[in-house]
Design a binder for this molecule. Structure first.
Ligand code: ZN
Ligand code: ZN
Length: 260
């Protein structure tokens, strides 16, 4: 059994290496919604992105030990990361940040939302910190959004936008400032693109079905072709999206990859 597992991981390692050489892709490396049983499920979110030779980590999950183990099992080497992005300052997205910043090379870019507590900055003087407050391209075809603010609770958050061949993919952390509003602003900022997919946490755990359907329709009307809600979207709301989007619903949970 042990030998079989070693063989399997070696094979997966080979596969993920050749996979990453030929395609841009992202993989969900931390998530409370399971998929790949070899990985550890835990409340939180983190996405590994490889695009045009750059490696971007979006959010860092809650526990450094789990993030470390999941990356190792996926044969993803944290020293390769060239950009680190934090969507918002909630522990289930920032818990692994200290661990990651210790792994990355000198000069690695770290992009934080503008309300982030910068205490940790002084511990990593060899890294380049940017406190973001506007749309900016952080790597070829990789964009950070402006800072969105939830109108009722004031929670601030930024999202990531991947662009390839005029097609956009939006990745959110928790989407506290409301997923449909964030998507609307992004489509206004990038008007002449096709919107291939929106994925991430949509923060709809206690949202009623009618309200989820309304949000789902708003995102459809903006022109998004696919949707992959996970993390804090909530099981019931995820099922509503599944029903509403049919074959355009994409399952992207822990360990799942998306090629673009
Ligand atoms: Zn979260
Ligand atoms: Zn959050």
């Amino acid at each position: 059994m042990k030998r079989l597992l070693i063989f399997l991981f070696a094979f997966l390692g080979l596969f993920s290496n050749s996979y990453s050489q030929n395609h841009d892709f992202f993989t969900i490396v931390y998530n409370n919604v399971p998929s790949d049983n070899a990985l550890k499920t835990d409340w939180g979110f983190s996405v590994w992105i490889e695009k045009d030779g750059k490696t971007i980590l979006f959010d860092t999950g809650a526990r450094p030990d789990i993030l470390k183990d999941n990356l190792a099992k996926l044969a993803l080497d944290p020293t390769k990361i060239s950009e680190v992005v934090i969507s918002h300052e909630h522990q289930d997205h920032t818990g692994g940040l200290g661990f990651i910043l210790k792994q990355v090379n000198e000069g690695t870019q770290v992009f934080l939302p503008n309300d982030f507590n910068l205490k940790l900055k002084s511990d990593f003087s060899e890294l380049n910190f940017t406190v973001n407050d506007r749309y900016r391209e952080i790597a070829d075809g990789v964009w950070l959004t402006e800072i969105f603010v939830n109108p009722t609770n004031g929670i601030k958050e930024q999202a990531l936008v991947l662009e390839k061949d005029k097609k956009l993919i939006v990745i959110t952390g928790c989407a506290h400032p409301l997923i449909n509003d964030m998507c609307e602003s992004i489509t206004e900022h990038f008007p002449d693109y096709n919107y291939e997919l929106v994925t991430g946490g949509f923060h709809l755990i206690s949202t009623k079905e009618e309200a989820v359907i309304d949000i789902s329709n708003k995102i459809k009307n903006l022109g998004f072709a696919g949707i992959a809600p996970s993390h804090c979207t909530g099981e019931e709301s995820i099922n509503v999206f599944k029903k509403e989007w049919g074959e355009n619903f994409v399952a992207l949970n822990l360990g799942d990859s998306y090629k673009f």
